[in-house]
Design a protein around this ligand. Structure first.
Ligand SMILES: [Zn+2]
Length: 471
């Protein structure tokens, strides 16, 4: 039985979705004013891995992740780049899709944008005003935080502590307008020249928090199963989402709140920030780091734990990934002299590893224990592949199981240009082909030739033997 640590209740709870067999999941996406940094990537990878495991368990997952495509940062950056807010959004949404694709992050079921939901946002804000939870000041609309009974429950802080925290997130101009420092903006009046939409309160644009309440409700329903995001979003963002949604609908907003840990940079575990000049974008990293290594490194750290991003961490991930790929090569290599059929003991072992893997992952997506099971499976596969007699079906079953479990971590195991085939392996394959030819097994000898061709290795049969060259 899957258990999830729920930030709201601060304990692991058995996971029972609202509708059996189906999961609704909302994950806060990035503000699209820059390339995504490794903190954004960590969050996207963590929840992509959660989604993949839920799907592995047989759930039909509906996954929504938004793009914040209008806010102060967007307006400032568009001005600096000499472009418009929509053009800036288009540019970085395209980059987001490219970077996440490189990291094997499945596109969400939907990626709605804030600016595509303006009429729904206005309607939602009007509901909050009519219920007495919001008030209008000079074209701005604010939420009356203290009126919401459970305000502060998610972040587990007193209202006084929250008041101090809240003041860090708002401009001096907003502070003057608000009836209480804890109140937050639902709608902001436009300054001259700023992008804006017509509303009952004049020209303006939505505040940040309201978009997630609106899109989550609109695309997934009033109550959703899982809401995810980085730990830094617990307050004020998620606290405010709960206040808005539950006040408007009168129903529970989220059943399981999940928050992923931070990424620290370098050996000294510095927090990533622009001022420390260690703000790393995925766009830069994948110029020199294999994206599969980055994916592997991030998806094999449990989502709530911090990740230390350093050369050492990447080197470890590279080695571990190579170890798994080598096992797959060993299994493939023995196909040529394998006997037909399957081995019952191997079949039972594969089932057993799958069970162990599920037990590990059912404990709040404990991927560290999950990957440990994969390493045991790999060890077993290597021993089996060295055996005197091996069964073709069992080689395939082991290979299939390794690939299936690794697909939950979202790692693409196909060989790529970054890991070129070495001479030793080519020679081994040529030997194998010669044996196949001597045994008049031309199907297998052709297969080997084609496999090498795919890797850019061309074979030439001469009276002196087989030579090869790189295409
Ligand atoms: Zn959000």
């Amino acid at each position: 039985m899957l258990k999830i640590y729920n930030t709201l209740t601060r304990q692991e709870e058995e996971f029972h979705p609202l509708t059996p067999g189906k999961v609704t999941m909302y994950v806060c996406g990035p503000t699209v004013y820059n390339y995504i940094h490794i903190g954004n990537a960590r969050s996207a990878i963590a929840f992509d891995t959660v989604r993949r495991y839920l799907e592995y368990l047989g759930y039909d997952v509906r996954y929504v992740s938004n793009f914040t495509d209008v806010d102060d940062k967007m307006i400032r950056e568009a001005h600096e780049e000499g472009t418009t807010v929509p053009a800036l959004a288009d540019k970085y949404i395209k980059a987001f899709m490219e970077d996440t694709k490189a990291l094997n992050i499945e596109p969400a079921t939907m990626h709605p944008r804030a600016t595509q939901n303006i009429p729904q946002i206005i309607e939602f804000v009007q509901t909050l005003i009519s219920k007495g939870y919001a008030y209008v000041v000079d074209g701005d609309v604010y939420y009356r935080a203290r009126k919401f009974q459970h305000y502060g429950q998610l972040s587990g802080q007193s209202l006084d502590d929250l008041e101090t925290g809240a003041s860090e997130h708002v401009s001096a101009d907003e502070v003057q307008k608000k009836a209480d420092p804890l109140d937050f903006a639902l709608w902001k009046a436009a300054k001259p020249g700023e992008i804006s939409w017509d509303s009952p309160w004049g020209k303006g644009r939505p505040g940040w928090h309201i978009e997630c309440s609106v899109m989550s409700t609109r695309y997934l329903g009033k109550t959703i199963d899982i809401h995810g995001g980085g730990q830094d979003l617990e307050f004020p963002h998620h606290e405010n989402e709960i206040a808005q949604s539950e006040a408007a609908t009168g129903q529970k907003f989220v059943r399981y709140w999940m928050h992923n840990g931070f990424v620290t940079v370098g050996k000294d575990n510095e927090k990533m920030s622009k001022s420390l000049h260690n703000f790393i974008t995925v766009h830069e990293i994948i110029q020199h780091v294999d994206p599969q290594v980055l994916r592997f490194c991030m998806s094999t750290t449990q989502y709530r734990r911090p990740i230390q991003y350093s050369d050492e961490t990447l080197a470890d991930a590279t080695n571990n990934l190579r170890h798994i790929k080598t096992a797959l090569q060993n299994l493939a290599y023995r196909q040529s002299d394998a006997v037909e059929g399957t081995n019952d003991e191997v079949a039972a072992k594969v089932k057993d590893f799958d069970q162990q893997f599920r037990e590990a992952m059912d404990d709040d997506f404990n991927v560290q224990n999950g990957i440990a099971v994969v390493y045991e499976l790999v060890k077993y596969a290597n021993v089996y592949a060295q055996g005197k007699t091996v069964a073709r079906g069992s080689l395939s079953a082991l290979s299939k199981q390794i690939r299936q479990l690794m697909s939950i971590f979202g790692v693409d195991l196909t060989e790529n240009a970054a890991t070129p085939i070495d001479d030793e392996r080519i020679k081994k394959m040529i030997d194998e082909r010669n044996q196949a030819r001597a045994a008049r097994n031309f199907k297998r000898s052709d297969e080997i030739r084609d496999e090498l061709k795919k890797q850019g290795i061309i074979l030439e049969d001469t009276p002196q033997g087989t030579r090869y060259r790189k295409a």
